[in-house]
Design a protein around this ligand. Structure first.
Ligand code: FMN
Length: 404
C-alpha cells in the first residue's frame, strides 16, 4: 500500500471497509450496548495534550523498548483478535507475518483461526498466547502445554469477560456464529467478491485450536464447535484461577483487562509479571472508563511492574500519549485488523504508519527515548482537554482513496 495514498490508519480503514461485507464491518467495529465505549476510546486520545521542548541537545528518537527480556523496535504488540478471519480469510497469518517483519509481539487469541503450533513455529518467543480461562480446566491445561511445546514463552490471560457480551451490533447486522449466509448476508458478500472468493476458498472462520476438544477432525460440526466455545468461555476469573494458571505456567504471565488498582494488586499477588490496562476495545462494558484515566492509580499501586495499555489507539501519536501517561508498551487491535483487510501488505503499512508517526512525534516533542515522553505531560489541569462528544472525524467517504 502506498505511503502517499494511505498516510494514516483512517485511510487504511476506508480501504478495508470497501473490501469487506457490511456484516464483517459490524464484527470488527461494534462494541456493546450503544457502542459508546468504542467511540469514546478513540475520542479519548484526541483530548490528550503533550508539550514540546526545543532548546535542548538531542539525538534522533529511539523508539525501541525492552519487554520481558527482548528488545523490540517499537513499544507495540498486535492485540489478540478472536476469529480475525471473519475480516479477511487468513487474517491471522497476515498479522503474524507483519508482526514478524516489524518486530512486534503477536498475541494469538484462544479463538483464533490459526493454530498454536503454526504461530509458535513462525514466531517463536515473539508469539504470545491469549488464554480465556475455560470452564473445563483440562482444556486450559492442555492449551498451556501446547503453548510450551510450540515454543511460546508468554501468555496473556484475559479476565474481562465474566459473561458473554450481548453483541447488539452483530444481531443488528444479522451475523451469528457459525457463519451462515442468509439471503441478506449473501447479498452483502456478493458486493465484495474478493472477500467472498477468498472466504469460499479458505472455508468459514473457525476457532481451530478448540477442535480437538470437541471431537476428531472432520467429524466436528460447526454447530458443535461454536456450542463448545459458548459453553466454555465467558466465566468470571478470580485470584484463585490466576494462581492455578501461575502454578501451571513457567513462562511470562500477563493479565489483560485490569481497570482498577485493587484488581492490579490481586493479579500481582497471584504472580502476574505484567498487566494490560484495557477495556477490551469497548466490546464488553459500554460504561467502562478509558484505560488512560485509570492508569495513574494502577501505576501507583504496582510501582515498576510492566504495564501495557490498549483500547482506541490508531497512530504513533496515540502510542506517545499512552507512554507519556505511564504505560510501558501498548497493544493495537482494530488498527492492525483494518490493515489485514486492506491488502496483503496492509498490516505492514499500519506498522510503518505507527512507527513513523511515533518517531516524528518524539522528534517534535524533543524526546530521545521513550522514557523522555513521561516529562511531556502538561502542568496539572491542562493535560486532557474535555471535548464535545461525539468527536471522531474521519476523512469524508466521497474523498476516500480508491482501494489498490
Ligand atoms: C474483532 C475483535 C476480536 C477480539 N477478540 C479478542 C480475543 O479473542 N481475546 C481478547 O483478549 N481480546 C480480544 N479483543 C480485544 C483486543 O484484544 C483489544 O483489547 C482491543 O481490540 C483494543 O482496542 P482497539 O481495537 O481499539 O485497538 C478483540 C477485539 C476485536 C476488535
Amino acid at each position: 500500500m502506498s505511503a502517499t495514498r494511505y498516510p494514516t490508519v483512517a485511510d487504511v480503514r476506508l480501504c478495508a471497509l470497501e473490501r469487506i461485507p457490511a456484516f464483517a464491518r459490524a464484527f470488527v467495529e461494534s462494541g456493546t450496548g450503544d457502542d459508546l465505549c468504542t467511540a469514546r476510546n478513540t475520542a479519548r486520545f484526541t483530548s490528550a495534550r503533550l508539550v514540546p521542548r526545543y532548546l535542548v541537545a538531542r539525538a534522533a528518537p529511539d523508539t525501541s523498548a525492552h519487554l520481558f527480556g527482548l528488545r523490540h523496535s517499537l513499544p507495540v504488540a498486535v492485540a489478540p483478535i478472536g476469529l480475525a478471519s471473519v475480516i479477511w480469510p487468513g487474517a491471522e497469518r497476515r498479522l503474524a507475518q507483519a508482526a514478524r517483519s516489524a518486530d512486534h509481539p503477536f498475541c494469538l487469541s484462544t479463538i483464533a483461526s490459526m493454530s498454536i503450533e503454526e504461530a509458535g513455529d513462525q514466531l517463536g518467543p515473539t508469539c504470545w498466547f491469549q488464554l480465556y480461562p475455560t470452564k473445563d480446566k483440562a482444556v486450559q491445561t492442555d492449551l498451556l502445554d501446547r503453548c510450551r511445546a510450540a515454543g511460546i514463552e508468554t501468555i496473556v490471560v484475559t479476565v474481562d469477560v465474566p459473561v458473554h457480551n450481548r453483541r447488539e451490533g452483530l444481531s443488528r447486522a444479522g451475523l451469528s456464529m457459525p457463519l451462515r449466509f442468509s439471503p441478506r448476508l449473501a447479498l452483502q458478500a456478493l458486493r465484495t467478491p474478493r472477500w467472498l472468493l477468498s472466504t469460499l476458498a479458505a472455508g468459514p472462520p473457525r476457532p481451530v485450536n478448540l477442535i480437538r476438544y470437541v471431537g476428531s477432525g472432520a467429524s466436528v460440526s460447526e454447530e458443535a464447535l461454536f456450542a463448545f466455545l459458548s459453553e466454555q468461555f465467558g466465566n468470571p476469573t478470580d485470584e484463585a484461577d490466576l494462581r492455578a494458571i501461575r502454578d501451571r505456567w513457567p513462562g511470562t504471565l500477563i493479565v489483560k483487562g485490569i481497570m482498577t488498582a485493587a484488581d492490579a494488586r490481586l493479579a500481582v499477588d497471584a504472580g502476574a509479571d505484567g498487566l494490560v490496562v484495557s477495556n477490551h476495545g469497548g466490546r464488553q462494558l459500554d460504561v467502562a472508563p478509558h484505560p488512560l484515566d485509570v492508569l495513574p492509580d494502577i501505576r501507583h499501586s504496582v510501582g515498576g511492574l510492566t504495564l501495557l495499555l490498549d483500547s482506541g489507539l490508531r497512530s504513533g501519536g496515540d502510542v506517545a500519549i499512552a507512554l507519556a501517561h505511564g504505560a510501558d508498551f501498548v497493544m493495537m487491535g482494530r488498527a492492525f485488523l483494518y490493515g489485514a483487510a486492506a491488502g496483503p501488505d496492509g498490516a505492514d503499512r499500519v506498522s510503518t504508519i505507527v512507527a513513523e508517526g511515533l518517531a516524528n512525534v518524539m522528534a517534535q516533542l524533543g524526546c530521545e527515548t521513550l522514557s523522555d515522553l513521561r516529562d511531556r505531560i502538561p502542568p496539572d489541569g491542562t493535560a486532557d482537554q474535555p471535548i464535545p462528544f461525539p468527536t471522531l472525524k474521519l476523512p469524508a467517504m466521497d474523498n476516500r482513496p480508491a482501494c489498490a
